[in-house]
Structures are given as structure tokens and as C-alpha cells.
Ligand binder design. Structure first.
Ligand SMILES: Cc1ncc(COP(=O)(O)O)c(C=O)c1O
Length: 352
């Protein structure tokens, strides 16, 4: 697939310099078509019959395999969720943490991870997002290091497998800004969350959780998929794989849409996204206060002189879509494998 062919998959790019995949990726036409076909089928044929269920279950397993292949995991380690936030909650609840246990996290996490951390009942130790600070905060009471692979604030990358190795403490990696954006891996961490709707350009409310060893996490919110057999009192035999953590049904069109999104990614996706981010950073250097380190992931963040919300609104009016990070005074541009030089030139021109 050439770059022009790739761009043509996204009708929205004809008009908009779409620099907000960190929130939602642009929707590719084949994904929309798969979703629409699913709805059309359900409308005409109904949501019933054994083949309907068997095909849907088979598509779920195919999707597990597709997510697993993206992050060097096994299909059996993948649960289907609705989001990164839900994946984080599954891990934090399933670890059964208690008062006196400690979780180390950073000042730069999204509430999707922080909320479940805060609700866990453990003591939360918050440090700057610096590997040495994280290491220094680990004590014999630390039960989990929970942080992003790529920070949603600055786009900095944290070496999580290295931290896992040096501390020996289980690591929950929030993959919302890494999977699909950079060559992210589940290797070397215990848990990795995936958001389907961001860098993978899948349907809304899609995601996955990779659990290295499903036996080491309790199934505290079982859905129907969790079990292979259950008793009248609700006790159950958990599914052998991470399927035990699946959170619920996905419409067949959504499953097919997510599969289409993963299948259409060109093999040059990471390389091209990295180039676009580097170019974006270079173009902005000297014009605004850059917060993104010299080698960016795919997020480029800056602190504008004007009020950030006003900047975002002004850019929006010019057809350049970036976002503000509320309360942090930050504007953030997301560069994907679909981002053109022209998109970035439009960003710079609109900034003035
Ligand atoms: C680092 C990070 N974690 C979690 C989330 C929440 O992701 P989701 O909407 O998939 O729960 C986001 C969304 O922006 C994020 O940037």
C-alpha cells in the first residue's frame, strides 16, 4: 500500500488535518463498511440462531489473535474489553490489594488508569515520570508499578520492561498511547491495556487487556465468557485463557470492524508515524514551548502562550484538529501513519 492509498482509506482526511488520534483515530472506510454490514445483517437476518453465535465467538477468537500478534503476546493471554480504562480496572480489582500495599505511579497518568488505582484501597505513591524516580519509590510493600508506556501528556516513552526487570515488581502498562502508535510490546510486563479506538483506528468502545499469566489475577467481575461451567450458587470453572476477563458481548459488526482496522495497517505504519512526529516537533521548535522529548513517540505536546482552549478552538476553525489537556495548559498534536506533510504545514500555518 502506498502512502496515497493509505490516505484514501480515511475520507475525513480530505478536509481535516486530523491530529487527534490520541483521543480517537480517524475512521477508515473499511472499518465503517464492516460495521454497517454487521448492522445490515442483524436487521435483515436477526441476531439469532446457532451459526450466528458460533460465528461471533469465532470472530472474537480471531480478534484475540490479531491483538496478540500486534504486541507479541499469545492469543490465550488476550481478553476483549471496551477500553484501556476497563482493562486497568480489571487488573486493579483482580489483584486484591489492601491497605498497606503500595502502588507506584506517576504524575502524568490518565484518569483511566488513575481512577482504578485510587479505588484499589492501596497506598498510592506518585512520582515524576522518570525511570529513576520510579525505581527509587519501590519498597518491599510495592505490589504494582502502574504507568503508561507512552505518556499522554508529553509523549515520552517509559522503559517498562526494564523497570520490571530491575524491581521484580509486577507492572501494569497503560498502552492507550503506545499500541498502534509505536512498536509496543507486552513482553516484559505483566499486564498491557489496548485501546481500539485510538491509534488502531477501530470502532468506539473497543479494547483489549493482555494478561501475562491469567492464573495470577482473580476474576472478580465475571461475564458469561469467564466460565466453562457454573453451579447454581454462582461458583464457576474459569476459562483456561484470559477469556475469563472478557467484559461482554461485542456486536458482530464491531468485531469485524476492529479486525478490519488491524488488517489494513500498512507494514510501514510505525516508521511513517515516527517520521511525522519528528517532523511535527521540528516544525514547532522555536515557535512554541515544546514538552515532548527530542525523540518523540507519536504525540507532540506544547505549551502555547495563549490560552490552550482558545488555541485549539482557533485551529479547529481552520480545519486542524488537535486537543487541549485540561488543567495542564498543554496542547497536543497526534501524528499517525496517515499524517501528511501538508497536515503539519497546516498546523504551523494555523498557529501563526
Ligand atoms: C494514557 C491514557 N490512558 C488511558 C486512556 C483512556 O483510554 P480509554 O478511553 O481506552 O479507556 C487514555 C485516553 O486518552 C490515555 O491517554
Amino acid at each position: 500500500m502506498t502512502f496515497d492509498e493509505a490516505r484514501a482509506l480515511f475520507p475525513v482526511l480530505e478536509r481535516i488535518a486530523y491530529l487527534n488520534a490520541g483521543t480517537f483515530g480517524p475512521l477508515p472506510r473499511p472499518v465503517a463498511e464492516a460495521m454497517t454490514a454487521g448492522i445490515a445483517h442483524d436487521l435483515a437476518e436477526g441476531r439469532t440462531g446457532l451459526p450466528y453465535f458460533e460465528e461471533t465467538i469465532a470472530a472474537r477468537d480471531e480478534l484475540r489473535g490479531a491483538f496478540a500478534a500486534l504486541v507479541h503476546a499469545e492469543r490465550e493471554q488476550v481478553a476483549l474489553t471496551s477500553s484501556t480504562s476497563e482493562g486497568c480496572a480489571i487488573v486493579l480489582r483482580g489483584l486484591g490489594l489492601e491497605a498497606g500495599d503500595e502502588i507506584v505511579t506517576t504524575t502524568d497518568e490518565h484518569f483511566g488508569l488513575l481512577g482504578p488505582i485510587g479505588a484499589s484501597g492501596a497506598t498510592v505513591v506518585v512520582v515524576p515520570p522518570d525511570p529513576e524516580c520510579i525505581l527509587a519509590a519501590v519498597t518491599p510493600r510495592t505490589k504494582l508499578v502502574a504507568t503508561s508506556q507512552v505518556l499522554w501528556t508529553t509523549g515520552a516513552v517509559l522503559p517498562l520492561s526494564d523497570l520490571r526487570e530491575r524491581t521484580g515488581v509486577p507492572v501494569l502498562a497503560d498502552g492507550a498511547q503506545s499500541v498502534g502508535a509505536i512498536p509496543a510490546t507486552a513482553q516484559g510486563v505483566d499486564f498491557l491495556t489496548i485501546s481500539g479506538q485510538k491509534w488502531l483506528c477501530g470502532p468506539d468502545a473497543t479494547g483489549a487487556l493482555v494478561v501475562g499469566d491469567p492464573e495470577r489475577l482473580a476474576t472478580v467481575s465475571p461475564s458469561y465468557f469467564a466460565q466453562t461451567r457454573y453451579e447454581p450458587d454462582g461458583s464457576f470453572e474459569p476459562h483456561a485463557s484470559a477469556r475469563r476477563f472478557d467484559t461482554g458481548w461485542w456486536a458482530p459488526g464491531v468485531l469485524r470492524g476492529m479486525l478490519a482496522a488491524i488488517a489494513l495497517r500498512p507494514d510501514w505504519a510505525h516508521e511513517r508515524a515516527a517520521e511525522a512526529a519528528s517532523r511535527c516537533r521540528m516544525l514547532l521548535e522555536g515557535r512554541v514551548e515544546l514538552l515532548t522529548p527530542p525523540v518523540p513517540a507519536t504525540l507532540v505536546a506544547f505549551r502555547p502562550e495563549e490560552e490552550p482552549a482558545a488555541v485549539v478552538e482557533r485551529l479547529h476553525a481552520a480545519g486542524v484538529h488537535v486537543r487541549e489537556l485540561p488543567g495542564r495548559g498543554i496542547v497536543r498534536a497526534s501524528c499517525g501513519w496517515w499524517t501528511s506533510d501538508d497536515d503539519l504545514d497546516r498546523l504551523v500555518a494555523a498557529l501563526g
